[in-house]
Design a protein around this ligand. Structure first.
Ligand code: ARG
Ligand code: ZN
Length: 466
């Protein structure tokens, strides 16, 4: 968000002596200046994330009352400055901030839309590791995305369904809210006795006193903020360890339990199947949160433990499981690359069906290809959806999967699976872009694949018959 930065810079310049102003101007491009940018430069979500620092760890202490829908929060972020910083932003939507310290000293702050603008007492040096502590409270609610869907903290009749893709993390904690920044997390969540609070990773402990239960969750592997959850409700809980030593924790809304049970039973076999194809499961915890949430209309691959707004079908379980490799472990650097998440998770469904006696991927491809040129499927190219309103559109999912199928038929099954496995292995707990995926596919297959990707992920309109 260059314009805001320029305005801010002017505001600073107006208040300092001329000589100093000249120095500031001479300091070069805004990104190198002492003010952290208000966004990471995502073309679809310009305010998302913040410049100037990286968050290594979030320690979130929350207390939620489902009756009053009141949330009390205390967030301690351990961050590292990537430049000198006299001021930086966090993303926070709504909620009231009552206290903020940087390095244990009170810091000045103000709100500006979704930006929480922080001015520490002392400037932070480039490379400095520093702590930010934010105390806040309020009645959280979801944000409305450009496509009209809701995400973030969505209150339910017995708690809250919490899913933050792409923007909603900032509705319940102050964040560097962009998948470019990944961090480990600790959650301490207190809810009335009888309710369960489910977050990511491993359950460290649970304690009830004075009518309140506190759940402590630990997510050691790096996670993008949108993949965090703290879903609260009345749940049936099931815990076990798989043959591979993965700790499973399922929390299921009793109203969905009968429908969910036969599908959730397959989770260990789905993870085993996916591990054979894509390489080792990236986390030590897994599970599912099934929480009836009529206002939501989707599931989300919240890290280690996807959230489902109703009992999932097997395709959806496979889809969210595949995201643990593609999307969660290997993250986006820009929302326009969303097909790297959704096209891959959709193709995993095709592969699963093919290998379990259902339609072959070729049959699925053919059925889609038969759709007329004016069908929604061809409305825009998957790697260039054009705006945040399209990131969950049909072309991203289905034409994205079709692109992978074209890759598979072009390079052969062996090379194709090697490409997927290498992608997951080399970028585990990291990031990848479409251009990097194309380069990897060429490296592994030894084939020139520019034309294939140009046709299938970058070019408008229905591609000619392959
Ligand atoms: N990534 C989710 C999936 O598994 C979809 C999330 C949709 N989010 C939204 N705000 N509409 O496909
Ligand atoms: Zn998905």
């Amino acid at each position: 968000d260059r314009r805001t930065t320029v305005l801010r810079r002017e505001a600073v310049i107006a208040t300092v002596p001329l000589a100093l102003a000249a120095l500031l101007v001479a300091a070069g491009p805004a990104s190198a200046g002492p003010l952290g940018e208000a966004g990471v430069g995502d073309p679809y979500f310009p305010q998302a994330g913040n410049g100037g620092y990286h968050v290594g760890h979030y320690d979130l202490t929350l207390r939620y009352d489902p009756t009053s829908r009141h949330l009390d929060g205390h967030a301690v972020l351990t961050a590292r400055a990537t430049q000198r910083l006299t001021r930086f932003d966090l993303d926070l939507n709504g909620l009231k901030v009552t206290g903020l310290t940087v390095e244990h000293r009170k810091a000045a702050f103000r709100r500006d839309g979704q930006e929480l603008v922080v001015t520490p007492r002392r400037a932070l040096r480039q490379g400095q590791v520093f702590r930010i502590a934010v105390t806040y409270h309020g009645t959280p609610g979801p944000v409305t995305d450009p496509d009209g869907s809701l995400d973030g903290w969505v209150p339910t009749d017995d708690g809250a369904f919490v899913a933050g893709e792409p923007q909603g993390a900032m509705t319940w904690f102050p964040a560097n809210n962009h998948p470019k920044d990944k961090s480990s997390y600790d959650f301490t969540i207190t809810v009335p006795k009888g309710r369960t609070a489910v977050a990511n990773g491993v359950l460290l402990g649970q304690r009830t006193a004075n009518g309140l239960t506190t759940f402590r969750w630990h997510q050691p592997e790096p996670m993008a903020a949108y993949l965090a959850t703290a879903t609260v409700g009345k749940f049936q809980v099931e815990q076990y360890t798989t043959r591979d030593g993965i700790r499973v924790y399922n929390a299921v809304d009793p109203r969905e339990a009968a429908d969910a049970a036969p599908v959730l039973k397959k989770l260990p076999s789905v993870l085993e199947w996916a591990s054979k194809l894509f390489g080792p499961y990236p986390y030590r915890a897994a599970g599912a949160i099934v929480d009836r949430a009529p206002d939501v209309g989707y599931a989300l691959e919240t890290q280690t433990r996807p959230v489902y707004d109703r009992a999932p079908d097997l395709d959806t379980l496979v889809h969210e499981s595949a995201h643990q490799w593609f999307g969660d472990s290997v993250s986006l650097t820009s929302w326009k690359d969303i097909w790297l998440n959704e096209g891959f998770a959709t193709y995993a469904e095709w592969l699963y069906n093919e290998q379990h006696g259902d339609d072959s991927a070729q049959q699925t491809f053919d059925a889609l290809y038969a759709r007329p040129a004016d069908d929604d499927l061809w409305a825009f190219p998957p790697a260039a959806p054009g705006s945040g309103a399209n990131i969950f559109g049909t072309p991203v999912y289905a034409r994205g999967a079709m692109a992978l199928h074209r890759l598979r038929t072009t390079v052969g099954d062996r090379a194709f699976l090697r490409i997927l496995r290498t992608w997951a292995a080399e970028r585990r707990d990291g990031h990848g872009t479409t251009a990097q995926f194309v380069r990897l596919a060429e490296r592994v297959s030894g084939k020139e694949l520019d034309a294939l990707f140009r046709t299938w992920v970058y070019t408008e309109g229905k591609p000619n018959k392959p």
